[in-house]
Design a protein around this ligand. Structure first.
Ligand SMILES: [Zn+2]
Ligand SMILES: [Zn+2]
Length: 241
């Protein structure tokens, strides 16, 4: 775990055959009101918790888990994490909250083939991803958490309930799997994905001033060139129809 800037910390994903999402911790340490953004792949809960402990963050200061979206590689170890911090709330965009509460796992696994593969590989029972959602996030909400201000942007396309968290004053964007470093974007072939919506979401993100890009996978970028997201959106536009 490393500090990106004060109030934003990064635990890199530990990819296996299936990727493990990065985890970000947001919140001023002195606020004792920290949030995990995503948790990662099934089996990675212990690694994430020990990274937090090793860094000296107190588990009791973690008040919630905010999901950028509910794919398996982001929410897979939620039950493991919840065992360690049972008081933590789960905040999910409203478009994926209903499915999660009903135990409808289509978004979690994305496709049937992947569902059977993961259930076999990790010995997961059907219905394992049924969770109470404590707060349903909406587009354009402003979260005052951990002594910081984060805007919630609904950016569907990779999944229906994908969100970005944006810290305007430090120009930090946490876009989940919608846009990555190196002009890459998230896949748009899974359950709930929508290529046209993804194009619109990228164009929306392109309007933000972003210096620090903290995606769900791969490298993080601390000095993002101006116009980076617009250029990425334009490169991909012909494929997003
Ligand atoms: Zn995803
Ligand atoms: Zn992912």
């Amino acid at each position: 775990m490393t500090e990106v800037i004060k109030g934003v910390y990064h635990i890199p994903g530990q990819d296996e055959m299936i990727p493990d999402s990065h985890v970000y911790i947001i919140g001023d340490p002195s606020s004792q009101d920290l949030s995990l953004v995503d948790v990662g792949l099934t089996g990675k809960g212990r690694y994430k918790i020990s990274s937090i402990n090793d860094f000296g963050v107190k588990l009791e200061d973690i008040k919630r888990v905010i999901m950028t979206h509910t794919h398996f590689d982001h929410i897979g170890c939620f039950a493991e994490i919840k065992e360690q911090i049972p008081w933590a709330e789960l905040w999910v965009h409203t478009a994926e909250a209903e499915e999660l509460e009903q135990g409808d796992e289509r978004t979690v696994y994305g496709m049937d083939m992947f569902q059977s593969m993961c259930q076999t590989q990790y010995d997961i029972e059907p219905g394992a991803f049924k969770f109470k959602v404590d707060r349903r996030l909406q587009d354009r909400e402003t979260l005052q958490i951990g002594g910081m201000t984060w805007d919630v942007l609904s950016i569907p396309g990779h999944s229906r309930g994908s969100i970005a968290l944006y810290h305007a004053s430090n120009k930090i964007l946490i876009p989940g799997d919608v846009v990555y470093a190196d002009y890459a974007i998230g896949r748009f072939d899974l359950h709930g994905a929508d290529a046209t919506a993804l194009k619109d979401s990228l164009m929306r993100l392109a309007e933000l001033e972003v210096d620090i890009l903290l995606p769900g996978h791969n490298r993080i970028v601390k000095d993002l060139p101006a116009g980076y997201i617009l250029k990425t959106a334009q490169q991909w536009a012909p494929y997003l129809t």
